[in-house]
Each structure stands twice: as C-alpha cells, then as structure tokens.
Write a protein that binds this ligand. Structure first.
Ligand code: GLA
Length: 385
C-alpha cells in the first residue's frame, strides 16, 4: 500500500520535532511525473506533454540563522550536514542532489541561507517517474523559503536541470523539472522546450492514466541516453539546424542522402514525435481520447523501431494493455530500456483492465508488474505551518 500524503506529513512533522527539538515552519510537496507523449524531444528543443502525478517528495523545513543545512532522510534513515560555503562532491545518495541544488543557486547568484529539513517521499525510486527531479524542486523550494527569494517555476526548473547536468553528472533534458515545478491539477502541460513556455491541456473526461511498471531496470541507462543524444545532435548538424525540434519532415527527406540510416531513423522519431505532441494536445482540447490513444500507440512504435529505446518487457506490457478493450492507447514513458509504460483507459473499466494486464504480463514474462492509477496534480506547493 502506498502511504497517503497525510501519513507522510504526520511522519515528517514528528520526525522533525524529534531530530531538531522544534517544529517545522513549512511543508513542501514536489510531485513526480509521467509523460503522456513527446519522448526524447525535450533535449532536441521540441514539445513534450507530461503531467505531474499524485506521488510526492515532501520536505518539512525550518530556517536557521547560520549557513549550515541539516537534512534527515526518513526513507534512507540518513542524516547529513552541509556547510553552504564549503560544499563537497560526494557520490552519496540524496546528498548529491542537496549539494548540487545549493551549488546551482550560488553559481547563479541567488542568496542561500541555512535550514533544517526532513525529507520523505512516495514516488517509486528508479522507476522513471522522476523522483530525482521532484527532490530537486523540493530542495529549491525549501531554499527559496529559507532565503526569502521568490520561487520562479521556470527559473527553478532550469536550476534543477543545471544541478543535475553539472553537479550530479546526468545529461537530462528540462521536462522533468518543469512539470514537477509547474504541473496543474487535472491537466497535462504542453511544454515548448525551446522557449520553455507551456500551456494546460485537460485530461479527457472519464479516462484514467494508469502507470505500468515492468519492474525491469537497465544498467548503464545514462550511456544509452547519451548515445541517443549524440545521434540526434549529429543529425541536426548534418541537416543544418541547431536542434531537431526546428526541423520538419520535408527537410528530413531532403537530407536523407547525407544521413546514415541510423541518424535518419533517430531524426524521424524526433520530428514525427514532435508532430504527435501537437496533435495530442489538440485531441485533448477536443476531449478526444480515441485520437489521443492512437497517437500514443504510434509513439510506442516509433520509440521501438526508429529510436530503439524499448525492451521486451516494455513491448510486452504495452501489447497486453493495447489488447484490452478498456484501453485507448499505451506506450513506454520516460527514457525507456525498462521502467514504466502508461495506458489511457476508460475510467469505468480500470479495475478490470488492471487485472487483465497483470495476468497477461505475468503469463508472458513471469514478472509481476507494479500498477499505479495516477491523478494529474499540481506542481510544487508550500504550506506555511
Ligand atoms: C528522461 C530525461 C528527460 C527526457 C526523457 C525522455 O526522463 O530526464 O529529460 O529526455 O528521459 O523523453
């Protein structure tokens, strides 16, 4: 059973009192995310369409009057102390993210003051639901509260990405941080990763988004991600554009003879996926779950054959989902190679759908999937206590 947000709040506030002998001043929730469509388009300055989910990284915080940050993670049962003026690089669980965010703030000229905090979450870790981006957004929100500067959603998302790219050393795009900071209840966000503007897209009525965790994980996912990134950047260079998000199908056809077969396939995925994001956003505005589902199915095919980031487990769970008559469409989500898929499902039939997919996936792989029904949620929030 997943812990409810109320339970997490109660645990955190109790722990705070025990650890720091005083009460927290504020509580912050930063959500994880699932991407409805638009995979590997963010790093190519294209469009993405994620939604924040009702799974959170929660932090209770209290300002200090010095330049020390004391943090306790309930999930890892681990305490750390950081000196703001003497940050150390240590490959060490959540400390990397905490020091990375503080470093990113300092590098970009923000004031940073000390604080005490207790951290706990209910976003499955390592499943591709962006628990790390949520941690970054929660830490940055805590830091803005402690130092009293305004929390600008897009600027803070950029700082989270900056910390992850340059301190933690993971070359992610900007999607996960923006949706964790700017998500909207009952909506997905169509984000233009070129200028970072975004607009709300309502979920079609009477549908549910179901996250299907294959429970498989791939090692060395970072190097596979970086390899795709390089292939896309090379294709863009050959095509004479700064990023593939600025190319269209006619330019791709014109450039075909100059591209290797692999570069052509990678570019074909990105350019066609970008168009699918725009079409999906339009379908959502028209409350058209059928069209949305079809586009999700095509996206999976493109990720499977053109971009080659699916896996047997992902293909199997997606096929099991698509064969159920409650399902409008299904696809892998996130970086791929393992991790999660998602399905858009008729809300009235979600229980039966879950039972069927569970049975189908188990019989084909011998693995038991983890299945979560997720509600589109608000981005990071702060409540003063
Ligand atoms: C990971 C990255 C995102 C995005 C997806 C693929 O989740 O963190 O920025 O590139 O992969 O769409």
């Amino acid at each position: 059973m997943t812990e409810t947000i109320e339970n997490i709040e109660a645990t955190i506030l109790n722990q705070f009192k025990t650890r720091f002998k005083s009460s927290a001043e504020a509580i912050i929730h930063a959500p994880g995310r699932v991407n409805l469509i638009g995979e590997y388009t963010d790093l190519n300055h294209g469009f993405v369409l994620p939604m924040a989910i009702d799974r959170y990284l929660t932090i209770a915080v209290r300002k200090r009057s010095d330049s020390t940050i004391c943090a306790y993670s309930v999930d890892f049962d681990e305490s750390i102390t950081l000196e703001i003026d003497n940050l150390e690089r240590e490959k060490h669980s959540f400390q990397e993210y905490l020091s990375g965010c503080i470093w990113a703030l300092k590098e970009n000229g923000y004031p940073v003051f000390g604080f005490d905090c207790v951290i706990k979450g209910n976003i499955p870790i390592g499943a591709g639901l962006s628990s790390s981006a949520a941690l970054e957004m929660a830490i940055l929100r805590a830091a803005s509260f402690a130092a009293g500067f305004p929390f600008n959603k897009v600027e803070m998302a950029k700082l989270g990405q900056f910390a992850e790219n340059n301190w933690v050393g993971v070359n992610c795009g900007i999607m996960d941080q923006i949706i964790s900071s700017a998500g909207k209840q009952d909506h997905a966000l169509k984000i233009d990763c070129n200028d970072l503007s975004y607009e709300k897209c309502p979920m079609p009525p009477e549908t549910s988004v179901i996250i299907l965790d294959t429970t498989t994980r791939r090692e060395l996912i970072d190097s596979a991600y970086n390899e795709r990134r390089e292939q896309c950047f090379n294709a863009a260079k050959i095509m004479g554009v700064s990023f593939l998000g600025k190319a269209d199908m006619s330019l791709l056809e014109k450039s075909k003879s100059k591209l290797s077969e692999l570069e052509f396939k990678r570019a074909h995925h990105v350019i066609s996926e970008n168009i699918r994001v725009i079409e999906t956003a339009n379908a959502m505005k028209n409350e058209d779950a059928t069209t949305m589902g079809k586009l999700m199915n095509i996206s999976h095919e493109s990720l499977r054959y053109d971009f080659e980031v699916t896996s047997l487990a992902l293909d199997t769970i997606v096929a099991c989902s698509q064969s159920d008559d409650a399902c409008y469409g299904a696809r892998m989500t996130g970086a791929g190679f393992g991790g999660c898929a998602l399905a858009l499902v008729d809300a009235d039939k979600e229980a039966k759908f879950i039972e069927n997919v569970n049975k189908c996936y188990r019989s084909k792989t011998g693995l038991t999937p983890k299945i979560y029904i997720c509600k589109p949620s608000e981005g990071v929030t702060l409540k003063v206590l």
